[in-house]
Ligand binder design. Structure first.
Ligand code: PFF
Length: 449
C-alpha cells in the first residue's frame, strides 16, 4: 500500500486542525446565533459545552482516525469490520454535503465583500446605506450564486493539490495574521461610543433568557465551530504522526477556536449597539456591522481589504476540510481518482448550494418545515446531525473499542502520561452521551425538562 499523505510537523497539525475549526463558524455564525439567543447567557452555556463535550469529542475523533488510518466510513469499518458502525461515517459524508452547501453561500458573500472593500465601496456610507447595500446584494440572484461557484472552485482546487502541500502551507502563516487583525478590530470596537452596551450584551448574563432551544443552539454551535461530529477530525486524525500528543492538540485547537469566536464577538457587538443594528439580525449580522467599523477607523480601507481576505482564507481552510471528507471517501472506498472524486463532489454540493443561496432572494418563500433551504440546512446540520454524530462517536470510543486500545492510542503506546484520562473516559462513556441525548430530545420538544 502506498504511504498515506500526511502532515509534516507538529505545528502543521495544529494549524490544519485549527484551520478547519476556525472559520465562518467563529466570525459569522457565532455572533449571529449568540445575537439571536440573547448574548451572554448563551455564551456561558456555549463555553461549558466546548469544555465538557467539545474537547472530549474532538479527542475521540483524533483517536479513531489515527488508530484506523482511514476516512470516517473506512475507519469504523476497519475498527469494527462488517458492523453497522460505518453508517456513522456515512452520516458524516451526508452532513459534509449539507454544511458545504450553505457554508459556500456565506463564503460567497465574503468574496463579494472582498471585492467591495477593494473597490472602496463602503466609503462615505452610513449604516443605513451599508444595510441596503448588503440586503440588495443578498436578495439578488446572479452575484451571490456567481461568488458561491467561485468559492467552490477555489475549495476544489486546494483539495486537488493534496494534504500537505495544499493545506498546511497556507494555514501556518495566515491564521496568526487573522488573529492580529481581529485584535485590532476589537480595539477599535471597544472604543466606539456606546460600546459598553455591546460588551454588557456579551458578558452580562441574563439567565432568564436560557430556554431549551437556546441550549440546543449552544450545543450545535459548539459542534459546528469545533468541526466535530461529522468525521472531519477523524480524517485529520488519520493524517497525524504517531508521536503527536492528541490530547494537547485537542485542547489547543479548542482553545484557539473559542478565543477567536469571543474576540469576534467583542469586535461585533459594540458596533451592533453603536450603529443601532438589531443583535438578532440573523445571518447577515457580520456583513452589516463590520463595514461600519472600518468606516470609522484610521486605515479602514486597508483593514477592510485585509480582514475580508483573511476571512475568506479562514473559510477556505474550513471548507477544504469538509470537502476532504467526501473526497477521501470516494477515493478510498469507491476507488475513484482524486480528480474525479473532487469534480463529482464539488459539482453536486454546488447544485444544492445554489438553492441555499437563492433562499434569501427568489426562493425566500419556498419553505420546508417552515424554514428556508438555507435555514433548514444550517439548523439541521449543526443542531441535529453533528450532535448525533458526536453521540455515536463517543459511544464508539467509550463502549465499543477496548479501553486498552483507547489508552494505547492516546498515550502513544504508553510513552505519554495521560493525567486526565479517567475524567475523559468517564465523560465519553456517561456524561457526553446522556447530555447530548437529553439536550437533543428536549430541544426538539420530544419532552420537556
Ligand atoms: N468549524 C468550521 C467553522 O467554524 O467555520 C465549519 C465546519 C468545518 C463545520 C468542518 C463542520 C466541519 F466538519
Amino acid at each position: 500500500m502506498e504511504k498515506r499523505d500526511g502532515f509534516a510537523s507538529k505545528f502543521g497539525v495544529i494549524a490544519a486542525a485549527a484551520g478547519s475549526a476556525i472559520g465562518l463558524g467563529n466570525i459569522w455564525r457565532f455572533p449571529y446565533v449568540a445575537g439571536e439567543n440573547g448574548g451572554a447567557a448563551f455564551i456561558l452555556v456555549y463555553l461549558f459545552f466546548v469544555v465538557v463535550i467539545g474537547v472530549p469529542v474532538m479527542l475521540s475523533e483524533f483517536t479513531i482516525g489515527r488508530r484506523a488510518q482511514r476516512n470516517p466510513i473506512g475507519a469504523f469499518d476497519k475498527l469494527r469490520p462488517g458492523s453497522q458502525w460505518k453508517w456513522v461515517g456515512v452520516m458524516g459524508v451526508v452532513v459534509a454535503f449539507m454544511i458545504l452547501a450553505f457554508y459556500s453561500t456565506v463564503a460567497g458573500w465574503t468574496l463579494q465583500y472582498v471585492y467591495l472593500s477593494l473597490a472602496n465601496a463602503f466609503a462615505g456610507k452610513d449604516s443605513a446605506a451599508l444595510n441596503d447595500m448588503f440586503v440588495s446584494f443578498q436578495t439578488s440572484s446572479f452575484l451571490p450564486v456567481f461568488w458561491q461557484v467561485v468559492f467552490m472552485l477555489l475549495t476544489a482546487w486546494i483539495v486537488l493539490a493534496g494534504i500537505e502541500k495544499g493545506i498546511e502551507k497556507y494555514t501556518k502563516i495566515l491564521m496568526p495574521l487573522l488573529f492580529v487583525i481581529i485584535i485590532i478590530l476589537d480595539i477599535r470596537a471597544v472604543t466606539l461610543s456606546g460600546a459598553g452596551e455591546g460588551l454588557a450584551f456579551l458578558f452580562n448574563p441574563d439567565f432568564s433568557k436560557i430556554t431549551s432551544s437556546t441550549i440546543l443552539e449552544a450545543l450545535g454551535q459548539a459542534f459546528f465551530s469545533l468541526s466535530i461530529g461529522m468525521g472531519v477530525l477523524i480524517t485529520y486524525g488519520s493524517y497525524m504522526p504517531k508521536n503527536n500528543n492528541l490530547s494537547n492538540v485537542a485542547f489547543e485547537v479548542s482553545f484557539f477556536d473559542t478565543l477567536i469566536a469571543i474576540l469576534a464577538g467583542v469586535a461585533i457587538f459594540p458596533a451592533v449597539f453603536a450603529f443601532h443594528i438589531q443583535p438578532s439580525a440573523g445571518p447577515g449580522l457580520v456583513f452589516l456591522t463590520l463595514p461600519s467599523i472600518f468606516q470609522s477607523m484610521l486605515g479602514g480601507y486597508f483593514f477592510a481589504v485585509l480582514f475580508f481576505l483573511l476571512l475568506l482564507v479562514a473559510a477556505l481552510t474550513s471548507s477544504i476540510s469538509v470537502l476532504e471528507v467526501v473526497v477521501a471517501y470516494f477515493v478510498e472506498e469507491k476507488n475513484m481518482s482524486r480528480k474525479k472524486a473532487t469534480a463529482i463532489a464539488t459539482a453536486s454540493i454546488t447544485i444544492l448550494g445554489v438553492f441555499a443561496t437563492l433562499s434569501f432572494g427568489p426562493l425566500a418563500d419556498f419553505k420546508i418545515l417552515s424554514k428556508t433551504v438555507f435555514d433548514l440546512l444550517d439548523f439541521t446540520s449543526a443542531n441535529i446531525m453533528l450532535p448525533l454524530g458526536g453521540f455515536f462517536i463517543v459511544i464508539f470510543l467509550g463502549w465499543v473499542l477496548s479501553k486498552k486500545d483507547v489508552i494505547d492510542e492516546i498515550s502513544n503506546k504508553g510513552q505519554l502520561k495521560i493525567k486526565l484520562f479517567v475524567i475523559f473516559y468517564f465523560i465519553i462513556r456517561y456524561i457526553a452521551p446522556v447530555a447530548i441525548g437529553l439536550i437533543f430530545l428536549n430541544g426538539l420538544g420530544v419532552f420537556n425538562l
